[in-house]
Design a protein around this ligand. Structure first.
Ligand SMILES: *Cc1c(COP(=O)(O)O)cnc(C)c1O
Length: 403
């Protein structure tokens, strides 16, 4: 047995099978490239589901983490610490909001947004007790907690985990009319992904976000944008909402906010919204800890230069042009924005899983979703040469199945 087989066998035997990983055992990584336990190199085209936008081992981020590790890592929020003020002000400024509430994982930040929206509904909007309702989208992905999976339309995520949390209405994604029809006096928020990542990088019709914003304003409803995967440079803007110049009432952030080093999530909003939370009503032991804040502060500094956003836009244009060239050669459609693409493979040719494995044999790591879709989201530090090489590998893999 190779060391790969040994590691996989033990992992599969002793861990829950809640994922279906590709058969590679990664040992180290730098920039856009990972190396496995047998010394083989692969181009990372998943980036930890966009947690690694700034690359593996980004020197600025790792440097900030190392410096902080040696000084102070945890205080709990029972006390202030010297990394916190810069984090709150920095993330607030990046999103143009008054206030920040830090958590750890993305799902926790979504839960936080749900709690804040409900409380705002009762205390500010005047919704009757226990009646608050949130409009959510078909094919959403917001995390794995019991409340969040209660409104998932993916049977794998949802079924078998009831009883479910009430208070959500699911409507078709991309249709402002569907939201309008679902609104009533108890509606406190619309929760959406500006681009649906896990659903296969689904981009809504042009003008959709603008219309949702207008509807929410007109109806006194909070617009909550889950930018956990779409935000922080991935699409060529700081936030996917920026594409239409739309500002949601609540930003939900995670993944790349932790620089691929530690879990850091947060919501940001203005005081009229986030001010509803009072001491004791929400929190997390690790949320906003010194190490997390130091790492996030490095991420925020990186984003404030605008370099990564510009690079994602430039490389994204190249990526999408090349991928469109594969339409009719095993590719059915290409969606996405910036350095983020959902590629639908002709299902008569191969499954997404088969294509992912064929890509892996060629040194490219990508993950399938929903049967026949491949997601491509390399770290934004990827070189243009490597990016084009990855598309060539996809073309070769498709050609192999076409034979
Ligand atoms: C990944 C993701 C989440 C959940 O984040 P976790 O850190 O895995 O809990 C929520 N929303 C979106 C859009 C995501 O991509």
């Amino acid at each position: 047995m190779t060391s790969t087989d040994t590691f996989i066998e033990l992992s599969e035997r002793r861990s829950a099978h809640n994922y279906h990983p590709l058969p590679i055992v990664i040992h180290e990584a730098q920039g856009a490239w990972v190396t496995d336990v047998e010394g083989r190199r692969f181009l990372d085209c998943l980036s930890g589901y966009s947690s690694l936008n700034f690359g593996h081992g980004n020197p600025k981020i790792v440097g900030a983490a190392q410096e902080q590790l040696a000084k102070l890592t945890l205080t709990s929020r029972a006390f202030f610490h010297d990394q916190f003020a810069a984090f709150a002000a920095g993330l607030g400024d990046l999103t143009g909001k008054d206030m920040v509430l830090p958590m750890n994982t993305g799902a926790e930040a979504v839960e936080t947004a749900i709690k804040v929206a409900r409380k705002w509904g009762y205390e500010v909007k005047g919704v009757a007790p226990e009646q608050a309702n949130i409009i959510v989208m078909e094919d959403n992905f917001h995390g794995r907690t019991t409340t969040i999976i209660s409104f998932s339309t993916d049977p794998d995520a949802h079924d078998g985990f009831g009883p479910y949390t009430p208070g959500f209405t699911v409507v078709k994604y991309g249709s402002v009319e569907a939201i309008r029809e679902a609104v009533d006096a108890n509606t406190v928020a619309v929760l959406l992904e500006p681009i649906q990542g896990e659903a296969g990088v689904l981009v809504p019709p042009d003008g959709y976000l603008t219309q949702v914003r207008e509807l929410c304003t007109a109806e006194n409803i909070l617009m909550i944008a889950d930018e956990i995967q779409s935000g922080l440079g991935r699409t060529g803007d700081t936030f996917a909402c920026d594409h239409e110049g739309v500002v949601p009432d609540i930003y939900v952030l995670g993944k790349a906010l932790g620089g691929g080093v530690v879990p850091v999530s947060a919501i940001t909003a203005n005081e009229d919204v986030l001010g509803v939370i009072k001491p004791g009503q929400h929190g997390s032991t690790f949320g906003g800890n010194p190490l997390a804040c130091a790492v996030a502060n490095a991420v925020i500094e990186i984003l404030n230069t605008g370099e990564y956003q510009a690079r994602a836009k430039e490389l994204g244009a190249v990526l999408h042009e090349r991928l469109r060239g594969l339409i009719g050669r095993g590719v059915v459609t290409v969606r996405g924005r910036g350095l983020w693409a959902g590629v639908d493979i002709d299902p008569s040719l191969a499954t997404g899983r088969e294509i992912s494995k064929a890509l892996m044999r060629r040194g490219v790591l990508a993950k399938d979703t929903h049967g026949s879709t491949i997601r491509l989201a390399p770290p934004i530090v990827v070189s243009e040469e490597d990016l084009l090489w990855a598309v060539d590998q996809l073309a070769d893999a498709l050609a192999e199945f076409a034979k």
